[in-house]
Write a protein of this length. Structure first.
Length: 233
């Protein structure tokens, strides 16, 4: 299937944007963007990512779907994917997540639009539907900046097992974000209808794909989904 990515633009990012030729100011990377390290059948903790959640039980890591034909899943990019389990009830008060704080030279610029494009799937052998959430956090603080974040949510209830679905979330940096770094969160918000174990798969593009910040004046054009890149146009 198609890849996913992370972009920063002065307009809404099209799916897999194509830029007119322009020299780049800087390149940075999402660490282990498609969860290829460590190499594993199942299951290890993906390098470059942190995991955490609420008091609800859960776990997260990376694995190679080729190790389990019953899963009906093939990685969207390369060979490995991220999994996030949750053993919660239907309450969204419990969650489990993978997250990573990025490293943009100079930090975020107020007014820039940051867009994360990602893919979600479920296994054929773990069919209990789950809520999922993907989030971009700027300087989120209950007192400092209560709206310095953006969230997209969804459910795997209508997913065809083994099929990757494309999603995106966009966040415009606020004045309180100036010079700070965004954090991206991939979250399993728990089962629907009181389900027990639920598992959500994520893929966020090729390992060490560059985040590109082109010179001003570049033109954003529509295309197909591209690799994990951060772009300012």
């Amino acid at each position: 299937m198609r890849r996913s990515g992370f972009w920063v633009c002065s307009m809404v990012a099209a799916l897999a944007c194509v830029l007119a030729p322009s020299p780049a100011k800087a390149d940075i990377s999402v660490a282990n963007a498609s969860f290829e390290t460590p190499i594993t059948t199942c299951c290890n903790f993906p390098v470059g990512w942190f995991q955490g959640g609420s008091v609800g039980a859960g776990d997260a890591g990376n694995w190679d779907p080729r190790s389990d034909p019953n899963s009906g899943l093939v990685a969207s990019d390369a060979f490995q994917v991220a999994y996030i389990n949750n053993y919660s009830s239907a309450s969204q008060d419990e969650y489990w997540a993978l997250f990573q704080t990025l490293s943009i030279p100079g930090g975020m610029i107020p007014g820039d639009l940051y867009t994360l494009i990602y893919e979600v799937a479920i296994r054929a052998d773990i069919l209990a539907a789950a809520r999922f959430r993907v989030q971009i956090n700027g300087n989120y603080s209950p007192t400092g900046c209560t709206n310095c974040y953006a969230i997209t949510t969804g459910s795997t209830a209508s997913f065809i097992p083994g099929t990757w679905y494309d999603y995106s979330v966009s966040y415009t940096a606020k004045s309180a974000d100036a010079g700070l770094q965004p954090t991206i969160y991939l979250v399993n918000d728990g089962g629907l209808n009181g389900a027990g174990l639920t598992q959500v798969e994520f893929d966020v593009a090729r390992p060490n794909s560059p985040f590109t910040v082109p010179e001003p004046g570049s033109i954003l054009l529509a295309g197909t989904l591209g690799a994990a890149k951060l772009r300012l146009v």
